[in-house]
Write a new protein. Structure first.
Length: 660
């Protein structure tokens, strides 16, 4: 029996493997490969796929799973931690983009409804591409990475209301007031069902399923919840995507969300790939070639418009110029949810076929350009900051710090801490305890405000800028510690500090060992990589547990660090030989005497015959916060004693069972 769909799936997967493999070799996102695959094999390319409608049905499943996983990954606690960026920055970015885009499109002759809908489409950026690129570049925890994440979260949320109001924009209802009221009622009912399900129904259901310990049942139940809620919202006149998002949100509030996400992710990746391929299939290559000048002009306008608006939204949150520009450059593209929304526009006749082709061409091109823009974002930002407007912006930041009472100019022989995260705040405590004069430079305006009220000498600024470093009086500082998460900014700051002062001791914290050589070349005196310092600490404790001599352990750690951790990467013999060539087959531990068996409690060590009975030796006893080190055979053991013993592992376990 011949199945046309099976043949088309084989074509899709075969081309995808080849194209994505080639893009991965040059470190470009898989999504670009899927788009290119769709363009090549689609009806406007080689026409290798015959059942486009069935592929689109599969892609719809991809959309459902995409929103389902986003709902599961959406933590309300995480939202609260970056709530200003999400709700203020995100609302400003979306609102201003819709307003400006709609105004421009209206002025060239479009109707108000169509102009507003086009504004909706242009306001959305690509969550999948941007976050993947930032993760690969280790910039997701950097200031611009967190800002991009916050704004993208808002866009992912706001796309649902956009879908809900699309029928109203399309004029599908003769009574708009009644439609809005009905929409609000439906939304309230859906939210109510979501809250009840998240708190009472789904956790109990998932608990009952988990107790069966059946992975198959857990998978089926998770998928059933997703599609059931999506189907119910569809019956209520709302979108399938909204139902999938709410289903994910419901499961996210349970303790089983992480397991559910790990199970669904492979399915999401598979079906989502069909979604991006189906988008590529929709692009008319003849139309693209015929209108390439207009398409490129629109692309340039979108690039500058979205970059500027996003930068303004971040600037309102009082981030420094560099972070503002990097965030703006990261979110210039039109994203995957705009494709989902555009289908709604086509269904309700808001978008014409010609307008949709322009939209598809600009969107796909913008997504393809994103990796290159993010890769060169630092160079673009540095170029802009060296211009006259950029210089003025940096000078304003410096003057603002002066007016807020920054005392950097008055300090000398002090410690400068760049970054007030976990490492920076711990270093501040240590400096306070040791009475070392210090000054903190931090990018988070809220953190600066809160900590300054506590008396911490901290000021707001981007340490990649010479003016900020000069304000901290680096030239008279004794030491500088760079403790930020942005690897690119870390390198710039390292270079700038060394250019200002050749004598200051410069300690840099980095995440990966591969950055050590470059940071030392830029001027760092010492580099602490979290990646391998954790390994060093773990293994040193293991060596202690195996009773390796302390001096051997110290020599081992010193060898690792002095070789810049290359020993962990190189396949060569360690230049350290442990004196303890044979690991002793005994265990040193402590056991609490809980049981009153009558054989041990209340009797002396000699009378209970512990050494013969259990084959262990008692080294010390802790009794009522008092340590007894001189142990003789007449010492009486009491209930509640904490005894320190050593012996073979099996003998220790035997004693523990007798008294534990």
């Amino acid at each position: 029996m011949h199945l046309p769909l099976l043949q088309d799936i084989l074509v899709i997967l075969g081309f995808s493997v080849v194209i994505v493999f080639l893009l991965q070799r040059i470190k470009l996102p898989s999504i670009l490969g899927f788009l290119i695959t769709g363009i090549i094999i689609g009806p406007y390319g080689l026409s290798l796929v015959n059942v486009v409608e069935q592929v689109e049905v599969i892609s719809e499943i991809g959309v459902i799973l995409l929103l389902f996983v986003i709902g599961m990954e959406l933590s309300l606690k995480q939202l609260l931690s970056i709530k200003k960026t999400v709700f203020i920055g995100g609302a400003l970015q979306v609102g201003l983009t819709v307003l400006v885009s709609a105004s421009v499109y209206y002025l060239i002759g479009a109707s108000v409804n169509e102009a507003v809908f086009i504004g909706f489409l242009f306001s959305l950026s690509s969550t999948a591409i941007v976050l993947k690129l930032l993760q690969e570049r280790n910039e997701i925890s950097s200031p611009h990475g967190r800002n991009a994440l916050g704004i993208l979260i808002f866009q992912d949320i706001i796309v649902v209301p956009m879908m809900l109001v699309t029928p109203i924009i399309a004029g599908q209802s003769s009574n708009i007031t009644m439609s809005v009221v009905l929409l609000l009622v439906k939304t309230i009912i859906v939210i109510g069902i979501t809250i009840i399900s998240a708190r009472y129904i789904v956790p109990r259901l998932m608990y009952a399923i988990v107790k069966t310990r059946s992975k198959e049942l857990f998978l089926i139940a998770t998928m059933a919840i997703c599609f059931a809620i999506a189907f119910l919202t569809s019956l209520a006149g709302l979108s399938l995507a909204l139902g999938a998002f709410l289903a994910g949100l419901i499961i996210s509030e349970s303790e089983y969300s992480h397991q559910a996400t790990s199970i669904i992710l492979p399915f999401r990746e598979l079906f989502a790939s069909f979604f991006f391929i189906s988008i590529g299939m929709l692009l008319d290559l003849n139309f693209f070639v015929s209108n390439i000048l207009v398409i490129m002009a629109i692309l340039i306008v979108v690039f500058f418009l979205k970059s500027i608006i996003t930068s303004l939204a971040v600037a309102v949150l009082k981030y420094p110029p560099r972070t503002v520009l990097l965030t703006g450059l990261s979110l210039f593209q039109i994203g995957e949810f705009a494709f989902i929304l555009s289908k709604e526009g086509i269904n309700f006749n808001i978008l014409t076929e010609e307008t949709n082709q322009y939209f598809l061409a600009v969107s796909i091109l913008s997504m393809m350009l994103t990796p290159f823009v993010i890769i060169y974002a630092d160079h673009i930002t540095n170029f802009l900051l060296k211009s006259k407007p950029g210089y003025e912006l940096n000078r304003q930041v410096l003057n603002e710090n002066k007016t807020r009472g920054n005392n950097g100019y008055k300090l000398a022989n002090h410690l400068i801490i760049i970054g007030y995260g976990i490492n920076g705040s711990n270093l501040v405590r240590a400096a306070m305890y040791s009475n070392i004069p210090y000054l903190v430079i931090e990018l988070n305006a809220k953190t600066v405000k809160n900590e300054r009220q506590k008396g911490i000498p901290i000021f707001f600024g981007d340490a990649t800028n010479f003016h900020i470093l000069e304000a901290a009086n680096v030239v008279k500082a004794r030491a500088v510690v760079i403790a930020i998460s942005d690897p690119t900014a870390t390198k710039i700051i390292t270079s700038n500090v060394r250019m200002i002062s050749q004598s200051v001791y410069l300690l840099v914290r980095t995440r990966y060992v591969r950055d050590i050589d470059e940071l030392i070349a830029l001027g760092a005196d010492d580099v602490i990589p979290e990646e391998f310092e954790t390994s060093v600490e773990i293994f040193s404790r293991i060596l202690h547990n195996f009773l390796v001599p302390v001096d051997d352990i110290d020599q081992f750690i010193e060898s690792i660090r002095s070789d810049n951790y290359h020993l962990f990467k190189a396949k060569k013999k360690l230049p350290v030989t442990m004196k303890s060539t044979r690991i002793p087959d005994f265990k040193v531990t402590c056991v609490t005497i809980n049981k009153d068996s009558g054989k041990i409690v209340g009797k002396s060590i000699k009378d209970s015959n512990i050494r013969v009975e259990f084959g262990i030796n008692i080294l010390a006893i802790s009794r009522k916060d008092k340590m007894i080190y001189d142990i003789d055979s007449d010492e009486i053991l009491l209930q509640g004693d904490l005894v320190f013993i050593h012996g073979k592992p099996q003998n220790v376990d035997k004693f523990h069972e007798a008294v534990g």
